[in-house]
Design a protein around this ligand. Structure first.
Ligand SMILES: C[S@@+](CC[C@H](N)C(=O)[O-])C[C@H]1O[C@@H](n2cnc3c(N)ncnc32)[C@H](O)[C@@H]1O
Length: 356
């Protein structure tokens, strides 16, 4: 078992580092400025510390150093929010507005880890004709890293979700070259929404409790894997929709959206993702941070936090803290742990110098 150490920057609830934890890494610390997300992180990361910091503040490095102490930091993983990239473009990459990204660059510069992973939305690859991405590659190369980036789809790694993310992988030049994990699933065997959540109580006639019990047995391998040894069903609370919402979504077939509504229905929400009902026979669309636009493939309600967590590949014993809105945000923001796990396993091979 690897005991390489990990620092998770912009950790949120820690989906990415949960994958590293499950692959055998020693996750030391998560840093974020969302206290509810940090409580979730601390509860679910096997003794890792959680530090509440505004990472746009240049003086925070001492606080991180104090916690890491004299332990060597092997890997940094980071999911900086990408809103706020400067409109003045990459020539002004050092612009204040890019400070969250600069915080990642500065942390890598300070700790010189053996490797790092940065996660972003796919749109980042083509922002300013790719100049932002190229600038990031250039800066890390200059700092002594071999670096490469690729858009990965979570469904290709066993996650029941078509979530695409741009991943940067950097490996210190004395250690080796970056290498992305090969997909292990494709359209023929993708895990579907039904595979992922069909065993969970319907929550149509009663909303359920935050800590509850399973009623049905697991029906699929994926459900067995997500339940593990978990005996308590948490974060599976239904939403009390208005009659109008229930009647409107009832008109949308599996896999449909607002375009399937009759003239005059659902007028208040008419944009791309509005009134989307998942298709039970496919992976879900990208789980977002809200809980208004996506609906269960079968029931006339939005998915519960636990259903979204299943679609993000969080195991059932990973418990989300905070208000329901905060829980939905933590789940929607996360890198699916199974994608993190695939990246972590690939990094182990690189760190153990299996690729020469
Ligand atoms: C995309 S999410 C990261 C998700 C995480 N990697 C995961 O897998 O669960 C971005 C995170 O950045 C945090 N964040 C935004 N601005 C911040 C700041 N100024 N300082 C620290 N954290 C910040 C947000 O609270 C959010 O949790």
């Amino acid at each position: 078992m690897s005991k390489f150490t990990v620092l998770d920057l912009f950790s949120g609830a820690g989906g990415l580092s949960k994958g590293f934890l499950d692959a055998g890494f020693d996750v030391l610390l998560g840093v974020d400025n969302d206290n509810a997300a940090l409580s979730t992180f601390e509860l679910n990361h096997n003794g890792a510390k959680a530090l509440s910091l505004d990472l746009s503040d240049k003086k925070v490095f001492k606080d991180i150093e104090n916690i890491i102490g004299n332990r060597e930091l092997d890997v940094i993983v980071a999911g900086p929010p990408c809103q706020g990239f400067s409109l003045s473009g990459p020539r002004n990459f050092d612009d204040e507005r890019n400070k969250l990204y600069l915080a990642v660059i500065k942390t890598v510069k300070t700790f010189k880890p053996k490797a790092f992973i940065i996660e972003n939305v796919p749109g980042m690859a083509t922002l300013y004709n790719g100049e932002i991405k190229d600038e990031i590659l250039k800066r890390f190369k200059k700092m002594g890293y071999n670096i490469s980036c690729k858009i990965l789809c979570a469904a290709d790694y066993g996650v029941p979700q078509m979530r695409r993310r741009l991943i940067f992988m950097g490996v210190r030049k004395d250690i080796g070259e970056p290498h992305f994990p090969n997909p292990t699933y494709d359209e023929k065997n993708y895990i579907t929404c039904r595979d992922a959540i069909s065993d969970l109580p319907s929550r149509e006639s009663e909303l359920g409790e935050n800590t509850d019990i399973y009623i049905d047995l697991p029906k699929t391998k994926y459900q067995i894997k997500m339940r593990g040894k978990c005996k308590v069903l948490s974060n599976h609370v239904g939403t009390n929709h208005t009659t109008l919402v229930r009647e409107t979504i009832a008109l949308v077939p599996e896999g449909g959206n607002y375009k399937d509504l009759p003239e005059g229905w659902g007028e208040s929400r008419k944009f791309n993702e509005a009134w989307t009902r998942y298709d039970g026979n496919k992976p879900s669309k990208t789980i977002d941070t809200g809980h208004r636009n996506h609906f269960h493939y079968k029931y006339n309600r939005v998915p519960t936090v636990r259903e979204n967590a299943r679609l993000q590949s969080f195991p059932d014993d990973f418990v989300f803290l905070g208000t329901k809105t905060q829980q939905y945000r933590q789940v929607g923001n996360a890198v699916p742990p199974l994608l993190g796990f695939a990246l972590a396993n690939e990094l182990i091979k690189i760190l153990e110098k299996e690729f020469k």
